[in-house]
Design a protein around this ligand. Structure first.
Ligand code: HEC
Ligand code: HEC
Ligand code: HEC
Ligand code: HEC
Ligand code: HEC
Length: 414
């Protein structure tokens, strides 16, 4: 992972011994301090730390921590300042810090990113100059957002359990070890609303940590990190990634039967490996279609049954229409029964995922609002992205059993 030779500290590196690991402390206390928002400005780097080591730019971290940087670039955390968010920020005044922070606290939490955003909103967004400290609002949730506080690096212990030893000369003056990085509560800072946060039907709108805590996975010490950062990789795959979604589900369709002129079958979807509700948020829609297909492979519309797996809420977040998400270890069964269509040769099942269904509707409504002005270009771009993120998760076609033809039937009757 890290090659000391390739990332040798160089002449500017700290010569002072790295801080000794703090005594084991309660994770909760550490995390309350670590995620106290708004985050404090980083301030000056300690003497002897080179500008490259002190830089808040993820690419600078990436010169030494290459594998984390390569992974992070492909993760949504690196795109957390997408056009859907930026378009909404453009409608806010450049100095409306509290309004910005209501979003940036999760999407781009560094104090330096807030300053950069203010500059962008006051000028033309794409023409703000880069900052000497490397922070940029457009970087979204960066390495520093999770690992750096007041120019000190925080992270888990090494894989062998050790931390930087006294006298070890490491770049950025070493790091402070905290096992809280391996605790699911680390993620709860942004993936769980406070207990008095917005809720519908008695359930918080963002409740991932509590869903996990109530599940078998919490009891078996399977943390968010163990599924979303396997082998400590900075991947954070979720609903946008078909392979990740498949890894959490068991999907089976029973062989179709014909009886009394009806076709029947059962689709079972087991949430066997998603550590929370599938899906956890109100934003994705999972659409299930079961129906009879003709010899050309086309679904015969009059035979199709449809089901929605989602926490389906109104755009203004005041009404929950339905909550049909599949809870951890729950097995959802959809029984299909329809009269046999003369052209039908197979039973087809299709499961489609729209990861950004809520956002797409929200962007369409936003663009219909004539008072929404500065952010229109960004929101139009976000709508295109949201429409393009859908994919087919599962498809099956099973031939219908051979059935007696009318003439054979007539012969059989004396
Ligand atoms: C000049 C190279 C260099 C740069 C730049 C750099 N690091 Fe490091 N970092 C290291 C080295 C070397 C270690 C020590 C690894 C060891 O001894 O196991 C380290 C250790 C760490 C650790 C602890 C690793 C562990 O095992 O828990 C974290 C976290 C970390 N760096 C984060 C960052 C972040 C975030 C940035 C950018 C803001 C950054 N580093 C920039 C070289 C660098
Ligand atoms: C500082 C806030 C913050 C922290 C801490 C954080 N996240 Fe996130 N996470 C976000 C935001 C914001 C997004 C959405 C990014 C976007 O698409 O704009 C996100 C997206 C994700 C996604 C992708 C969801 C999808 O739709 O596919 C996963 C998975 C995820 N986070 C897991 C984690 C895990 C696991 C941790 C803990 C190790 C964690 N996050 C810590 C803010 C955070
Ligand atoms: C508590 C943390 C948190 C806060 C605060 C927050 N978000 Fe998010 N946001 C998330 C997470 C997590 C996701 C990814 C999950 C999802 O797709 O629903 C997300 C996704 C999004 C997305 C879709 C992905 C993208 O980047 O285009 C938009 C747009 C968005 N948020 C806008 C906002 C706006 C506007 C605000 C402020 C009014 C805000 N968010 C405040 C956590 C947060
Ligand atoms: C959403 C928060 C978050 C972001 C963003 C993030 N990290 Fe991490 N990082 C973590 C967590 C949590 C762990 C510990 C994971 C575990 O123990 O399972 C970790 C572990 C590490 C480690 C130790 C890895 C090892 O194999 O021992 C390094 C080094 C590191 N991160 C560097 C970076 C760099 C560089 C970036 C940016 C390219 C980055 N991180 C972005 C949360 C984050
Ligand atoms: C046992 C493995 C596992 C654990 C533990 C787990 N997840 Fe997931 N997570 C998944 C899988 C699989 C998906 C993809 C299916 C889905 O989107 O629900 C997912 C999806 C997500 C998403 C995408 C958004 C969505 O609507 O589904 C986010 C965000 C997320 N997880 C965050 C977390 C956080 C935070 C924790 C810890 C509190 C956590 N996960 C624990 C397996 C896990």
């Amino acid at each position: 992972m890290l090659l000391l030779a390739a990332c040798s500290p160089g002449p500017g590196a700290s010569s002072s011994p790295a801080a000794a690991p703090p005594a084991a402390e309660d994770h909760q206390a550490f995390l309350e301090r670590h995620w106290q928002r708004p985050l404090a400005p980083q301030g000056k780097a300690p003497a002897g730390v080179s500008p490259q080591e002190a830089s808040l730019d993820p690419a600078a971290c990436g010169t030494c921590h290459q594998s984390q940087f390569e992974d992070w670039k492909t993760a949504l955390h690196s795109r957390a300042m997408g056009p859907g968010l930026f378009g909404q920020l453009q409608e806010m005044a450049a100095d409306a810090v509290d309004d910005h922070q209501a979003c940036l606290r999760c999407h781009a939490p560094l104090a330096e990113q807030e300053e950069h955003l203010q500059q962008a909103l006051a000028a033309s967004p794409r023409s703000v100059p880069p900052r000497p400290d490397g922070a940029a609002y457009a970087h979204g949730l960066t390495c520093a957002g999770c690992h750096v506080r007041e120019q000190r690096r925080f992270g888990p212990a090494r894989r062998d359990g050790s931390g930087p030893g006294a006298g070890e000369q490491l770049p950025h003056a070493g790091w402070q070890v905290s096992a809280a990085f391996e605790d699911s509560r680390f993620c709860a800072a942004c993936h769980q609303f406070e207990s008095d946060g917005p809720a519908l039907n008695g359930k918080l709108l963002e409740n991932t940590y509590e869903e996990w805590r109530a599940s078998r996975h919490a009891k078996e010490q399977r943390t968010c990190q163990s599924c979303h950062m396997p082998d400590r990789r900075h991947l954070w795959r979720g609903i946008h990634d078909p392979e990740m979604v498949k890894s959490g589900l068991g999907i089976e369709t029973s062989a179709p039967a014909i009886a009394g002129g009806d076709v029947s079958s059962e689709l079972r979807i087991a949430n066997q490996g998603v550590g929370h509700a599938f899906p956890t948020y109100v934003t994705p829609h999972v659409l299930v279609e079961i129906g009879q297909a003709d010899g050309h492979g086309a679904l015969v519309e009059s035979t199709v049954e449809r089901h929605l797996i989602a926490r389906d809420v109104s755009l203004d977040l005041t009404t929950e229409h339905a909550d049909t998400r599949i809870l951890p270890d729950e097995v959802r069964r959809y029984s299909y029964r329809g009269s046999l269509h003369p052209q039908a040769v197979a039973l087809a099942v299709r499961i489609k995922v729209e990861p950004d269904a809520f956002y797409a509707d929200f962007y369409r409504a936003t663009l219909r609002d004539p008072d929404f002005k500065k952010g229109r270009a960004a929101i139009s771009q976000a709508l295109r992205h949201a429409e393009q993120s859908s994919y087919v998760l599962y498809e099956s076609r099973q031939a219908l059993p051979a059935r007696p033809t009318r003439s054979m039937g007539e012969k059989a009757v004396p």
